[in-house]
Design a protein around this ligand. Sequence first.
Ligand SMILES: Cc1cc2nc3c(=O)[nH]c(=O)nc-3n(C[C@H](O)[C@H](O)[C@H](O)COP(=O)(O)OP(=O)(O)OC[C@H]3O[C@@H](n4cnc5c(N)ncnc54)[C@H](O)[C@@H]3O)c2cc1C
Length: 538
Amino acid sequence: MADIKKADRKLKYWGWGYEDAGLDGDQTKALLATFADGFGINPSRDGAFPTLDAIELPKCRLEAPASLEDVCTDDKFERVYHAFGQSQPDSLRTYAGDFDHAPDIVAFPETERHIAEIYEWAGKTNAAVIPWGAGSSVVGGVTSDVGSKYNGVISVDMGRMNKVLEVDEVSRAARIQGGALGPDLEAQLKPHGLTLRHFPQSFQHSTFGGWIATRSGGHFATLYTHIDDLVEATTTVTPAGDIVSRRLPGSGAGPSPDRFVALGSEGALGIITEGWARLQGRPTYKATAGYRFTDFFDAARAVRAVSQAGLYPANVRIVDGTELQVNGAGDGSFTLMVVSFESADHPVDAWMERAEECCLDHGGTVDVPWRDNPDAHLQGAVGAWRTAFIRMPYNREQLTPRGIISDTFETAITWDRFEEFYGAIKDATQSAIRDVTGHDGAVSCRFSHAYPDGPAPYFAFHAPGDPQNMLAQWQELKTRASDALIKHGGTITHHHAVGRDHQKWYEQQRPALFGDVIGDAKKRLDPKGVLNPGVIVG
Ligand SMILES: Cc1cc2nc3c(=O)[nH]c(=O)nc-3n(C[C@H](O)[C@H](O)[C@H](O)COP(=O)(O)OP(=O)(O)OC[C@H]3O[C@@H](n4cnc5c(N)ncnc54)[C@H](O)[C@@H]3O)c2cc1C
C-alpha cells in the first residue's frame, strides 16, 4: 500500500486544525477563568489527550486492489485522523481513546476512475465508503462507526482533487474540484480578481465538495446564505454512474439534479467530484457598525426590520449577553448587533444609513460607529466578538478533556413564532442541563443568518460534565434540545447538516413520503448500500 506523503504542517487528530495552531497558555487560562468566574463551571480533569502510540487500532480488514494501491493507505495516523469529525461526541470519544471503529483504509483518489474503482471494490467486499472532505462535520457525518453489518470501512479523502480547473471571467463562474479547501480555492481564484466569498467559520479546513454535500452556510448573513445559492452545476460520481448537470444561470426544467443528488446529499448518494460555482468581484467598499440593546427581543426586531427592508447586509448578527460573556466580549448586560455591507461596485453608505435607522428605531445605541471608520470591525464589542469568533474553533480541545461539555446547535424559524420558540428552546436546554448535571451551566444564542421571513438562531451550551459519563450526559442534552426544536416547529439544522447525530430528527422533520423517495433514489444510485450508511437514509 502507498506510503502517503505527509504534509509539512501536521493536522491534529484530537482537535481543530494544525498541531501548531490553537490557544496559547494565557488564552487557555483566560477561557477557563471566564467559565469559572462567570458561570461556576470548573475543570475536573487535566486536559491531556491520548498520544498516537497509546491508541490501539483493530487490525486492518481490507486489502486494496492493485489498481488502487498507490492511492490507499492503512497508515496509523491516517486511520486515527479519519475516524472522527469535529462533533462533541467525536471529541469525547477521541479523548477516551475509542478508536475500535477506525476506517481500515484511507483512500486519496486522484481521478473519477479511482472513485468508481473504490465503489466496485467496496461492493465486492461489502465495505462501507465514507466520503471525506476535510472532516469538519459537527454532526457525525464522517464518523466511521457503521456497525457490524460491513466487512470494513474505506474513508475516501478528496484532498488530492483540489484544483480550480477553469474560470469563466465573462459569466463569473469557476469549475472547482470537490476536494479544494477554502483557502486553496480562493488562492486559485485571486489572480482572476474574483472570489467565491463563501466563508463558513470552518473555511480553513473544509472543502468545496463538503460545502455542497452539507449545504453549508457562509459569512453572508442574508441573500447568499447557503452554498446552494452559489452552485451553478455539479458532477456527482455514484456507484450507478455519473450525474453531470448543465451549466445554467437558472432553469425551470423539472426538479433540479443539483438539488436532488448533490446539495445536501452528505456522501450518501455519491461523491461530488467537481462543480461550477458563481463568483463575485472582490469587495472594495465595506462598512461595519455595532449597536447595543438592553433587550434581546428588541435586537431581534431590529434584525427583522433590516431583513424586511430589502437591504441584504453581508452581516446582520445579534449576539446575546451570555454568548458575549462566555466569549469574553461582554459583561452579560447587553445584546450586540453587528451590521456590515460590502460591494465591489458601489459605496454602501446609503444602506448603512437605513440599517442604522432600523437599529435606533428599536432602541439600539451605537457601540461602534461606521462613518469614516474603516477599522470599525476591530473596535469595541464588535472587535472583541470578532477575535473570540476566530479563536472559538480551538476552545473545545481545551474544554472537553477538562470535563466541560460544550456544544452548539442551530435552527431557523419564522418571525411570527420566533419569540415563543426562543423561550421554549432556551428553557428546554436549560432544564435539561440542570436535570443531567445538577448545574445551571450556560445557554446562549446568536443569529447566524436572517431572512425576510425569519432568523436562524444559533444556540450554544456549556456545563460541567461527569468525566465518567460525559458521552451519555451529552446525548441526553442533545436529545432534549433536538426534541424541543422539532416540537416547536423549527428545523433540526439550518446549516450544520444531518449526519448521524441528527438523522432521527431529520426523519421527523421531512415528510414521510419524501423520505421514501430519497430511499428509492439511494437504492437506484447505491444499490449495494455502501455509501455513508446511516446518513440521510436511515
Ligand atoms: C469550527 C467549525 C466551524 C464550523 N462552521 C460552519 C459554518 O460556519 N457553516 C457551516 O455550514 N458549517 C460549519 N461547520 C460544519 C462543517 O464545516 C460543514 O459542514 C462543512 O461544509 C463540511 O465540509 P468538509 O469539507 O469538512 O466536509 P466533511 O466534514 O469531510 O464531510 C461532511 C459531509 O459531507 C460528505 N462529503 C464531504 N465531501 C464530499 C464530497 N466531495 N462528495 C459527497 N459527499 C461529501 C461527508 O461524507 C459528510 O457526510 C463548522 C465546523 C467546525 C468544526
